[in-house]
Design a protein around this ligand. Structure first.
Ligand SMILES: NC(=O)c1ccc[n+]([C@@H]2O[C@H](COP(=O)([O-])OP(=O)(O)OC[C@H]3O[C@@H](n4cnc5c(N)ncnc54)[C@H](OP(=O)(O)O)[C@@H]3O)[C@@H](O)[C@H]2O)c1
Length: 259
């Protein structure tokens, strides 16, 4: 199937590692130019070089998405250099683990800025470009915490619900811009490995912790690979998914128990 991405341009936020990077590579493999950002300049440049190797134009700029002042200038510069924007993938690092009694107002505010306000600001900055496209798409990368709370990830459980509400509202308000959400389950990225490390028992390796956990809770009995997530992200963002909007789609190996 031709996704119809060749000659288009996509911006993937938080894309030096993990699902963001894999998604950027997938767009490039389909022939789309790609905009990228992350905080760490060196890793971002390495990732940009790998994406560029697919023979497309790549514009990458370091930016901290939790800092409201950095988003609009960064995205405007990237889209300006690419000359167009057809797809925006909203992504950021996840909020830190923690339980209710550990969290003060500053922690809640940081999660709000990182997860909700980065999404608001990315869409606001991208909109003037998306409105010039004949196949505009916004895709939010969320978490299975929006379907079932995750034990030690209270901030993710709470704040991501507001992004889901934002996405669903925008699907109506911004149409014909298509607005969708992807719900990753457990995907083998640096973040997933770090979370598994926090559950290590004596004598266990991280791989053993992840394999045991996967057998217990994931019907497909393994973590997903970033590329498996990325292929769905590129498809949902592409003209091939032209009638899909307002959807929240799991890519989760079956971990979500709700129907
Ligand atoms: N992996 C999973 O199993 C899983 C499951 C459910 C949900 N999620 C969520 O999906 C999202 C992506 O996760 P991932 O596993 O792909 O993460 P990852 O491998 O840790 O990669 C995160 C990416 O985001 C960038 N980033 C982090 N904070 C940023 C900030 N403030 N501003 C700009 N860029 C930032 C990182 O680069 P820098 O550090 O250099 O900025 C990196 O490129 C996260 O929100 C995560 O919570 C992941």
């Amino acid at each position: 199937m031709d996704l119809g991405l060749r000659g288009r341009a996509a911006f993937v936020a938080a894309s030096s590692k993990g699902m963001g990077r894999a998604t950027a590579e997938c767009f490039a493999a389909e022939g789309a130019d790609v905009g990228m950002c992350a905080r760490g300049a060196d890793e971002l440049e390495q990732a940009a070089a790998a994406v560029r190797a697919h023979g497309v134009r790549v514009v990458a700029r370091p930016a901290d998405l939790s800092d409201g002042a950095q988003i609009e200038p960064m995205l405007t510069e990237v889209a300006g250099e690419l000359g167009r924007l057809d797809a925006l993938v909203v992504n950021a690092g996840g909020p830190p683990p923690g339980f209710f009694r550990d969290l003060d107002d500053a922690g809640w505010q940081r999660a709000h800025d990182l997860t909700l306000m980065s999404a608001v600001r990315l869409v606001r900055a991208a909109l003037p470009w998306l409105e010039r496209s004949d196949a505009p798409s916004v895709l939010f990368i969320s978490s299975f915490s929006i379907r079932q709370p995750i034990g030690n990830l209270l901030l993710s459980n709470a704040v991501r619900m507001s992004v889901l509400g934002l996405a669903k509202s925008l699907a109506t308000e911004l149409a014909p811009v298509r607005v969708n959400t992807l719900i990753p389950g457990m995907v083998r990225t640096g973040r997933a490995i770090a979370l598994a490390q926090s559950r290590l028992r004596e004598g266990q390796t991280v791989d053993e912790v992840m394999a045991e956990h996967a057998r217990q809770v994931i019907p497909l009995a393994r973590y997903g690979e970033p590329e498996e997530f990325a292929r769905v992200a590129a498809f949902v963002s592409s003209p091939a998914a032209a009638y899909v909007t307002g959807a929240a789609i799991p890519v989760d190996g079956g971990i979500i128990q709700a129907p």
